[in-house]
Write a protein of this length. Structure first.
Length: 601
């Protein structure tokens, strides 16, 4: 036993002495093999060894700040629940409702239903993973403390000229599309116009850019900072992708950073690392010289490289010929109309009314994530192709009545499927899956669904009102035709035009004509083809309406149809036809609209 005790004591003493000898250099302020957070903060890759910054030929002057931080995490957008936990505010009336009827939801209730199944969305990441910022324009009489950065700047100029050349050319070309608009906004905040090059390096001017750090949009905002500067980020819209609103937010942020540091180099670095990190670095090393701060290990390598990368990008962008980018073809500047439309306007129906394809509406308004404008907003301003604004203003009454989305709460009954509900409501199955957070087509474990429809009258769209199948059968439900009409699909292995036509409900001939192919053509797996536009009801279809509110059948408007012509064809007075469908007898009919042809009971 004594021998065992001796061995234990000896082992304990050995461990204790080892720990003391290891910790000694740290306490003495020497470099150990590790360091603690309270001694030196989070360590990054060691700085480049040696002196790489001789003297700058002359002081570089900057009058611009730096872009949105790309190294922070995007928060999942919470949506308020439909009812307090444990209460059955919606289920109770639903249980008492007449069998087969649905309940109209308010915008707040819709958000609650979505929240029940919501998961973090999968977003396509920016392909480069190379996120930096670009600097400021040089003005006479204004000096910037960039001495000591010459070597790093030259290194990144060479990078953009060689390894990063292809991507940089694309970014420069795209700058022609957005830079004039962004410069105008920056000028309103008293900021240098050359700050637009921050967006060039941050995202390549891509509104859909999304980093591994979950920063989004042309200015690469994270969710928290975006909301702090007034941008909407939720299930319906992500205004970080709105190139106008995001530029206003970036200008405000950059102006605040410059007011905090009174130094563009520090403000730019703070845009990347966060203002707190730069404030602590300045306090720790008692210096506001960016060249001095990056000599130490406290700042991450990404932040140390941030300012030099920006200066390199700005240098090239200001004189592309000198650096071998003289053959870049710049895109045409943006030119568009703006119009204010109701919240909850179906983009596909809007596009049909004003003659603009849904895909084009999405391109002009990249912040819109779903099939309609946010329904929890009374009015929403959107961009339209130049010349379409006056058309939308003229047909605003039609937009309000025919493109308004109403959300219904439907209790799933035995035997119902997504396909059957899609046919019943005229809503694409993909839309039903998206808004209800469904991954599969099966409704086996689903008790209720939110179903968006269009065409309900104002009297029927009151939240809390029960809507029977009879009334729904008379409504022209054309929600989200952008997915159903003009949809792009990827050819799978073994697919033929016949199989795709059968799957999508169009003819082989239409499919071939729409995609410029032969009906007997061979499809290659991975090819993208477009499904031609079709209405939810066959043209000229005559279907019996459900009983209630008088008898009748439906008629789908075809090209050349008029209210008077349909009236004569069916022997129904124009006034009766107009009243039954809430129409102005003098207004033209929209192709594809479903009309109720009333008949005497």
């Amino acid at each position: 036993m004594s021998a065992e005790r001796s061995y234990l004591v000896l082992a304990f003493l050995t461990i204790f002495v080892s720990l003391v000898s290891f910790a000694a250099p740290v306490r003495a302020g020497e470099k150990g093999t590790f360091s603690t957070p309270w001694l030196s903060g989070v360590l990054s890759v060691p700085p480049v060894s040696g002196k790489e910054a001789p003297a700058v030929p002359g002081p570089l002057s900057l009058s611009d700040p730096g872009p949105a931080a790309s190294g922070e995490a995007k928060a999942v957008v919470p949506v308020s629940p439909l009812v307090p936990q444990g209460q059955g505010a919606l289920s109770s009336p639903a249980e008492k409702e007449e069998k087969g009827s649905d309940l109209v939801l308010s915008p707040k209730d819709v958000e609650g239903e979505i929240a029940r199944n919501e998961e973090p969305e999968a977003v396509e990441e920016l392909d480069s993973g190379f996120f930096t910022n670009a600097p400021d324009e040089v003005e006479k009489g204004r000096e910037g403390s960039y001495a000591g950065l010459t070597g790093r700047i030259e290194k990144f100029i060479r990078y953009f000229q060689t390894k990063g050349r292809d991507r940089f050319e694309v970014w420069l070309a795209r700058s022609g599309k957005y830079s004039d608009m962004m410069r105008g906004i920056l000028a309103k905040y008293g900021l240098p116009g050359d700050l637009v090059y921050l967006a060039l390096i941050e995202s390549g001017f891509s509104p859909k850019a999304y980093s591994v750090a979950r920063a989004s949009g042309p200015w690469q905002f994270i969710t928290g900072t975006a909301r702090r500067y007034g941008l909407r980020v939720d299930w319906w819209a992500d205004e970080r992708r709105d190139y106008e609103k995001a530029t206003h937010a970036a200008a405000s942020y950059l102006k605040d950073l410059y007011g905090m540091f009174e130094s563009w180099p520090l403000a730019t670095a703070a845009y990347n690392a966060g203002e707190g990190k730069i404030q602590r670095a300045v306090a720790r090393y008692k210096s506001d010289d960016i060249s001095e701060l990056i000599r130490h290990r406290y700042l991450a390598r990404e932040t140390k490289d941030y300012v030099p990368k920006m200066l390199a990008a700005l240098t090239i962008a200001k004189d592309p010929d000198k650096y071998g980018f003289g053959d870049v073809r710049y895109e045409e500047p943006l030119d568009f109309d703006k119009v204010v439309i109701p919240g909850g306007t179906d983009l596909a129906a809007l596009g049909e009314i004003i003659g603009v394809p849904p895909d084009s509406l999405k391109e002009w308004n990249p912040e819109l994530k779903r099939f309609c404008t946010p329904p929890n907003t009374e009015m929403y301003e959107i961009r339209l192709p130049k010349g379409s604004g006056p058309v939308a203003e003229e047909r605003m009454d039609e937009i309000r009545s025919d493109a308004k989305v109403i959300f219904l709460l439907h209790h799933v009954r035995k035997g119902e499927t997504l396909a059957s509900l899609s046919r019943k409501y005229g809503t694409p199955a993909n839309t039903l899956k998206e808004i209800n957070g469904l991954r599969r087509d099966s409704l086996q474990r689903v008790s209720r669904l939110v179903i968006p429809v269009t065409g309900l009258s104002p009297e029927d769209s009151v939240p809390g009102k029960e809507i029977s199948p009879a009334r729904l059968g008379l409504a022209h439900m054309k929600i989200d035709e952008g997915l159903r009409r003009g949809q792009r699909v990827r050819v799978r292995s073994g697919d033929t035009l016949g199989k795709i036509a059968k799957r999508t409900g169009v003819s082989v001939k239409e499919l071939a004509q729409w995609n410029g192919m032969k009906t007997t053509g061979i499809l290659r797996a991975g090819t993208i083809i477009t499904i031609p536009r079709r209405g939810s009801v066959s043209r000229g279809a005559r279907t019996t309406a459900a009983p209630g509110d008088g008898g009748g059948f439906q008629h789908v408007v075809r090209p050349g149809d008029s209210l008077r012509g349909i009236s004569r064809a069916h022997g129904v007075p124009v006034e009766t036809l107009a009243e039954a469908n809430h129409l102005d007898p003098e207004q033209p009919l929209r192709k594809g609209r479903v009309l109720l042809i009333p008949t005497e009971s």
